[in-house]
Design a binder for this molecule. Structure first.
Ligand SMILES: CCCCC/C=C\C/C=C\CCC/C=C/C(=O)SCCNC(=O)CCNC(=O)[C@H](O)C(C)(C)COP(=O)(O)OP(=O)(O)OC[C@H]1O[C@@H](n2cnc3c(N)ncnc32)[C@H](O)[C@@H]1OP(=O)(O)O
Length: 308
């Protein structure tokens, strides 16, 4: 337990936090409505509402909806806000668990914001990486129950968020999830890799990481990268059903079991956070890595072909 506790005794970031209590939880499928929602998410982002929290203290859990348009990419400011919120959950006596999802249709999270790595500067890069380590330590090392309701694409850092949870339900649909870092010319950090190994096993992780494999939802279910699939409209209901089941387990026994399963993986990073940050900076500053990132960014920005 002391190792897990020490993980929480870490840097606290920033002071700004934007939180909105929202009761809406229905998923929309029509494209026009999706676009409207995505626009709303972008607008909300402009006014810095980067996530919504809906706490149900009676039932003992909260729903945390990522809302940083257009794709919930994880930058320093977003991670900082998330870390403050995760800490609040951890300290709450009423909240036993959190459903982690996204309010942006078809996107859970596009992973790390590539602009944090492209043309990286030492100071900002260090703060960014420290904040990301912090998010992982808080999520993976949490005593609370985290259930990921993966409502859309979840590559790389998005996948890391979901595999740091205790249970994953993914929407059926043309969505992809996985650690695709090699496709960006990047090696997945050891703690991404180890979290993946703990989820889908060594051999599957070895193949997946070398190939930068992005799994369809059905493939993800087949290798236990996700635990369950749901129709989009039922995703949150299913996550709530699962949460009720987990909340009914005796708390201390569940927490001790969880920490005993995750302690070694967490300790590895906690013991070498600064060295890991330095490796990230040195690795990312390499010309070859910058070139790969630039090409990847360009490929993302290419105008999309019309499907008509
Ligand atoms: C030897 C020592 C070694 C030590 C090693 C140490 C450290 C290792 C170093 C680094 C490790 C880094 C680990 C990296 C983890 C990551 O998470 S990297 C990010 C990976 N993410 C992706 O590859 C996803 C890319 N995005 C997409 O595939 C799609 O955008 C999508 C999520 C499927 C959504 O598609 P769609 O709905 O069609 O949306 P668009 O593609 O049009 O995107 C909208 C705009 O958003 C921009 N964008 C998308 N993703 C990102 C992102 N991750 N970061 C920043 N921006 C992103 C996209 O360019 C669009 O922008 P515009 O509207 O065109 O301006």
């Amino acid at each position: 337990m002391s190792i897990i506790k020490s993980a929480f005794r870490v840097l606290r970031f920033g002071s700004a936090k934007n939180q909105l209590f929202s009761l809406e939880s229905k998923t929309c499928r029509a494209f026009s409505v999706c676009n409207k929602l995505r626009q709303d998410a972008s607008d909300a982002n402009a006014s810095k509402i980067n996530f919504y929290v809906d706490e149900n203290k009676e039932k003992g859990y909260a729903i945390l909806k990522l809302n940083k348009g257009p794709v919930n990419s994880l930058n320093l400011e977003f991670l900082t806000e998330l870390n403050i919120q995760l800490e609040k959950f951890e300290e709450s006596k009423e909240i036993k668990g959190v459903i982690l999802t996204s309010s942006i249709p078809n996107i859970f999270s596009a992973g790390l914001d590539i602009m944090e790595m492209y043309q990286i500067k030492q100071d900002r890069g260090s703060q960014f990486w420290t904040a990301l380590q912090e998010t992982w330590i808080k999520l993976y090392g949490s005593n609370k129950i985290y259930i990921a309701a993966i409502n859309g694409h979840s590559p790389a850092g998005g996948c890391l968020l979901s595999i740091s949870c205790d249970y994953r339900i993914m929407s059926k649909g043309p969505y992809k999830i996985g650690l695709n870092e090699t496709l960006l010319g990047i090696k997945a950090p050891f703690w991404f890799r180890d979290t993946m190994i703990n989820t889908i096993g060594y051999r599957e992780t070895e193949k997946a990481l070398q190939l930068g494999k992005l799994y369809s939802s059905e493939e993800a279910l087949a290798v236990n990268l996700v635990d369950e699939l749901a129709d989009s409209k039922d995703l949150i209901t299913k996550a709530e059903e699962q949460m009720s089941k987990w909340c009914a387990i005796p708390t201390v026994a569940r927490e001790l079991t969880k920490s005993s399963m995750r302690r070694d993986t967490l300790s590895k990073l906690i013991a070498q956070r600064e060295a890991d940050t330095q490796s990230f900076i040195e690795f990312t500053q390499r010309d070859s890595i910058q070139k790969s990132l630039r090409m990847y960014l360009e490929s993302l920005k290419k105008p999309k072909k019309s499907s008509a």
